[in-house]
Design a protein around this ligand. Structure first.
Ligand code: CP
Length: 310
């Protein structure tokens, strides 16, 4: 694939191939670059995990990473994202990893048929495909399948690109998706991917509990005024009492950053059922698989070399 902007753009077979490739990198596999490759990670929204693990993935593959600071770039003078990418392409960049607050910011960029590859590191409340791939990898490691699982996604659904990416792909892969949390945050689009359940009905039956961060930065003023941390934790947070309602085999996931004692009790963030830090570790390998596939589309990595790892 030349660009990776939406987890649902790849076939279900390719999801599994990406996971196998990511697992090969996790086991220490390496690949050879046919010529020097250059990446730029352009984060117009803040990030710790995605930014750092894309950079780690690029460096581990031997890609040279150039620095980009949005506030110091000519985007701040009004240059469009498309002109910025055309400029970077002319300078010799092969891969642009972009996080942006605007949903589907990548659509006009794809229509320009750029030679550099684009990896979406999160667009507004739209998609977070690399997070989704690392989440699928983490689930696959646990259950050795991605179908016939019960997945509960709980919390700030409305603002969550993680929830949208994961609900859609997991339903397509043959798992059952359930949602819970404050009803005003269950926006209409989620109804096509799963059922809404009260938390006490959802918890005892799920294999995977995905908690979502409350995204204050995307709140309208009225939402912020109405939000009460304690009340949210009491009604929807993973408390020790609610942990006891989960099946013993169930795993707990959260894309992080975690609001401790809001979405999940502080002492449960690293409990035995939590895979939150495994998700972060898998993020490096999932992103190595993405970067490798994009560079293969440009002939920088031999397709055959990737195939041999799958
Ligand atoms: N999960 C995630 O996207 O985290 P960051 O915002 O820190 O990249």
């Amino acid at each position: 694939i030349h660009d990776f902007v939406n987890i649902n753009q790849i076939s279900l077979t390719d999801v599994k191939r990406f996971i196998i490739l990511a697992e090969a990198f996790k086991q220490g596999a390496s690949i050879t670059l046919q010529r020097p490759a250059y990446a730029l990670n352009m984060f117009f929204e803040n990030s710790t995990r995605t930014h750092t693990s894309f950079e780690m993935a690029e460096r581990r593959l031997g890609v040279q990473v150039l620095q980009f600071v949005p506030s110091a770039s000519s985007v701040s003078k009004g240059e469009t994202l498309l002109d910025t990418l055309k400029t970077l392409q002319a300078i010799g960049i092969n891969l642009a990893v972009i996080r942006h607050s605007q949903n589907a910011y990548y659509q006009p960029l794809l229509q320009a048929h750029l030679t550099l590859s684009l990896a979406n590191a999160g667009d507004g409340s739209g998609q977070h495909p690399s997070q989704s791939l690392l989440d699928l990898m983490t689930i696959f490691e646990e259950f050795n399948r991605l179908n016939d699982l019960k997945i509960g996604i709980v919390g700030d659904l409305a603002h969550s690109r993680v929830a949208r990416s994961n609900a859609q792909i997991l339903q397509s892969l043959g798992s059952q998706v359930y949602f819970s949390g404050p009803k005003p945050w269950l926006t209409a689009d989620f109804r096509q991917w799963g059922k809404f359940l009260p938390l006490k009905e959802l918890l005892p039956q799920v294999d995977v509990l995905m908690l979502l961060r409350v995204q204050h930065e995307r709140f309208q003023a009225a939402e912020e005024n109405a939000f009460e941390t304690q009340s949210y934790y009491q009604q929807y947070g993973l408390t020790p009492a609610r942990l006891a309602m989960l099946p013993q085999h169930a795993i707990i996931m959260h894309p992080a950053p975690v609001n401790r004692d809001v979405e999940i009790a502080d002492q449960l963030v690293e409990c035995s059922q939590s895979r939150i830090f495994t998700q972060m570790q898998n993020g490096v390998y999932a992103r190595m698989a993405i970067v490798a596939a994009l560079l293969a589309s440009q002939g920088i990595i031999k397709e055959q070399e990737l195939q041999e790892l799958i």
